[in-house]
Design a protein around this ligand. Structure first.
Ligand code: NDP
Ligand code: 2IT
Length: 444
């Protein structure tokens, strides 16, 4: 058995019942096969892949908090500090009832390569809890966040581990967590990113993941002879990533015709009204039915279905494994030319391979959604120098980073004989820097 296959087998055996983690490892290792097999003995002797797939540290803790009825609730929480070869652990905190250790490990593993691709000095980590902020009062969310940080503060810091937002963790949650960290530690430092502008946040961080997704998509289309201007775009999700992806797509002259949430989806043939969407989701924290009720051109459907709408470009921006093989077939049948992942691992391996085999340009999440964490790293820089940059300055740095990422993927794919395979390009380019740093630092 080859070294790559041995390591994958080990991951499955040692991490039972963590299918999302297996999936993320499998996709990366398959891409690395060509790199590893060229130098297999050296990698194997140093157990480089075993070290890469094993987190440096995994924290599991309970979070007790009191709900509005006086009842004590207990949630499970996690922080996986996966790899610090190129910088302090960096990655978001997901608050969603589906969260478990395997999901946090898949996200942390992806984050290693994503953060490497940004070109900035940040290692990979991820955390979260099975707490569901949906339907909770502000006081309940604060009680959870304070209890969560009362434990997490022991393990994080501006130079060690810097968490941020992800599903269910937005500006409100980051604010409550930051306040509790400061209260316990007594230091005013950039320990979290995605902070509010009045206490150390960066302009353009809110927009960064969605905007970055479009900057990379625009470059990928351009380099393949297409123009984003005039294209029809379908988007899934209606959270932070989806909203700002829709906004930037429209600014670039595309027409966005769908968004979704976990209960249903909207088809709006006249184009999504982003201001209304922001009001419904960011201010009212309501369901998409409210968007449809306020917008005569919108059709609301229960369940899932955005991939059935005819489009040129598809941007999955909700969650993992939301674009399945039948969805990929529908997209191809409808003439879709590009898929770029705003979410982490939204496309199954089978669906990805089908899209690629049918000539659809495919940008994987670890490259396409890297604008969020890249701008988080810019927020860390601003906090360190105790200065704030203008929106235009951050946005232009973000755009540069995304264009560079695309060319790094493209170049790596060409160099290893897989031209146009941006999945392989991303995994290889992300891996090489981390592997080099791990080698240089000895067996740690
Ligand atoms: P939000 O919580 O702001 O929004 C998530 C959206 O996805 C909501 O519309 C939500 O619907 C939907 N969703 C979440 N879980 C499910 C599910 N299990 N099934 C169906 N729909 C679901 O999160 P973000 O926009 O921040 O994150 C979206 C994706 O982007 C995630 O994969 C995240 O890891 C990734 N990402 C986020 C970055 C960031 O900076 N925020 C950076 C890079 C990647 P509902 O409200 O009904 O739950
Ligand atoms: O998946 C991701 O890259 C994020 N949720 C953002 C992480 C960050 O540290 O900004």
């Amino acid at each position: 058995m080859s070294y790559v296959d041995e390591v994958y087998q080990m991951v499955v055996e040692k991490n039972p019942a963590q299918p999302e983690f297996h999936q993320a490892v499998k996709e990366v290792l398959e891409s690395l096969r060509v790199v590893i097999e060229a130098n297999e003995e050296a990698y194997k002797k140093d157990a480089l892949l075993e070290r890469l797939v094993t987190p440096e540290r995994q924290l599991l803790f309970r979070v007790p908090w009191v709900d509005d009825k006086g009842q004590v609730q207990v949630n499970n929480a996690f922080r996986v500090q996966f790899n610090s070869a190129i910088g302090p652990y960096k990655g978001g905190l997901r608050l969603h009832p589906s969260v478990n250790l395997g999901i946090i490990k898949f996200l942390g593993f992806e984050q290693i390569f994503k953060n490497s691709l940004t070109g900035l000095p940040i290692g990979g980590g991820k955390g979260g809890s099975d707490f569901d902020p949906k339907g909770k009062s502000d006081r309940e969310v604060m009680a959870f966040c304070q209890s969560f940080m009362t434990e997490l503060n022991k393990y994080i810091g501006a130079d060690t581990d810097v968490p941020a937002g992800d599903i269910g963790t937005g500006a409100r949650e980051i604010g409550f967590m930051y306040g509790q960290y400061k209260r316990i530690k007594g230091v005013y430092e950039g320990v979290l990113t995605g902070k509010g502008l009045s206490y150390g946040g960066s302009l353009a961080r809110t927009e960064a993941t969605g905007y970055g997704l479009l900057y990379l998509t625009e470059e990928m289309l351009k380099c393949n002879g297409h123009d984003i201007n005039g294209k029809t775009v379908v988007i899934s999700g209606s959270g932070n990533v989806a909203i700002y992806a829709a906004q930037k797509a429209q600014q670039l002259g595309a027409k966005v015709v769908t968004v979704s949430d976990s209960t249903g989806w909207v088809y709006d043939p006249e184009g999504i009204d982003v201001a209304l969407l922001k009001e419904v989701k960011e201010v009212k924290r309501a369901r998409l039915t409210e968007y449809a009720a306020a917008r005569p051109s919108a059709q609301y459907h229960e369940g899932r279905g955005v991939w059935s709408i005819k489009c040129d470009v598809a941007l999955p921006c909700a969650t993992q494994n939301e674009l399945l093989i039948d969805d990929a077939k529908a997209l191809v049948a409808n003439g879709c030319i590009a898929v770029a992942e705003g979410a982490n691992m939204p496309t199954t391996i089978e669906a990805t391979e089908y899209l690629q085999a049918n000539g659809v340009l495919f940008a994987p999440g670890k490259a396409a959604n890297a604008g969020g964490v890249a701008t988080s790293a810019l927020e860390m820089s601003q906090n360190s120098e105790r200065l704030s940059w203008t929106f235009e300055e951050v946005d232009s740095k973000l755009k540069n980073i995304m264009v560079n990422i695309f060319h790094n993927l493209d170049d790596a794919a060409k160099k290893y004989g897989m031209e146009g395979n941006y999945v392989a390009g991303a995994n290889i380019a992300g891996f090489l820097k981390v592997a080099d740093a791990m080698n240089a630092q000895g067996i740690v």
